[in-house]
Design a protein around this ligand. Structure first.
Ligand code: GLN
Length: 198
C-alpha cells in the first residue's frame, strides 16, 4: 500500500520532510486548511517555531481539526512538532496537544550545543525495526524531553536524554532526521501508516 502522508505546512521545515517521504515512495500533501486532513493516513508536524505554529493554527482555525486528526491517526513530530505533541511544555509554558506522555522543555540544551550535528547510537528497539547503524542527528534549538510516561519507548538518546521516542501511533524526534540522508526514521513512521518502504 502507498500511504498518503500530510505535512503541516503553516511554518517551518516542511519541504525536507516532503522530499524524504517522496524518496520512500509515499504520496504527500501539504496541510494548510481543515479540508487538507481529509483522507490522510498520517501527519508530520515539522520543526520550526512552536509558538508561531500555535498562533497560525489558531488564526487558520486548525486547532480542532488537528486535535481530531491526532486522536485518530499516526503523527510524527520533529523538534517544534515534538513540542506540540507533548503532554506538557515548559520554558516557557505553552499549550500542548497532549498526544504523548512527556514534558518538552524548550531550547533546553543551552547556547553551547544550541545547534549541532552529531552521531547517535540508536537503541536496539530502533535498529531491530529498521536497519542497524548509527544515526546522524541535526539539533536546532532542540527541546529536552523529560518525565516520560511508562507508555513511551525511547528509540535513541543524546547525552542520556531521550531524543527519539515512540508511543503507540506517535513518534517524536528532538532532532531533524529530514535534514540528513538517512531515511530510517521516516521509514519507521511510514510503517505505522501501513506503507511498505521495502
Ligand atoms: N526552539 C523551537 C521551539 O521552541 C523549536 C526548534 C526547531 O523546531 N528546530 O519551538
Amino acid at each position: 500500500m502507498v500511504a498518503l502522508a500530510g505535512i503541516l505546512a503553516l511554518q517551518g521545515g516542511f519541504e525536507a520532510h516532503e522530499r524524504m517521504l517522496a524518496r520512500l515512495g509515499a504520496r504527500t500533501r501539504q496541510v494548510r486548511l481543515a479540508a487538507d486532513f481529509e483522507g490522510l493516513d498520517g501527519l508530520i508536524i515539522p520543526g520550526g517555531e512552536s509558538t508561531t505554529m500555535w498562533k497560525l493554527l489558531h488564526e487558520e482555525n486548525l486547532v480542532e481539526p488537528l486535535r481530531a486528526f491526532v486522536a485518530s491517526k499516526p503523527v510524527f513530530g520533529t523538534c517544534a512538532g515534538a513540542i506540540l505533541l507533548a503532554s506538557k511544555v515548559t520554558h516557557p509554558d505553552q499549550e500542548a496537544l497532549c498526544a504523548m506522555d512527556y514534558t518538552a522543555v524548550r531550547n533546553a540544551y543551552g547556547r553551547q550545543i544550541d545547534s549541532r550535528v552529531t552521531v547517535l547510537t540508536p537503541e536496539p528497539e530502533f535498529e531491530d525495526r529498521t536497519e542497524p547503524g548509527d544515526l546522524e542527528a541535526v539539533f536546532i534549538r532542540a527541546p529536552i524531553l523529560r518525565d516520560l510516561g511508562d507508555g513511551v519507548t525511547v528509540l535513541a538518546r543524546y547525552l542520556d536524554d531521550p531524543v527519539l521516542v515512540e508511543q503507540g501511533p506517535y513518534l517524536a524526534a528532538a532532532f531533524h532526521p529530514e535534514l540528513t540522508d538517512d531515511p530510517r526514521v521516516h521509514s519507521l513512521f511510514l510503517g505505522k501508516l501501513g506503507h511498505a518502504t521495502g
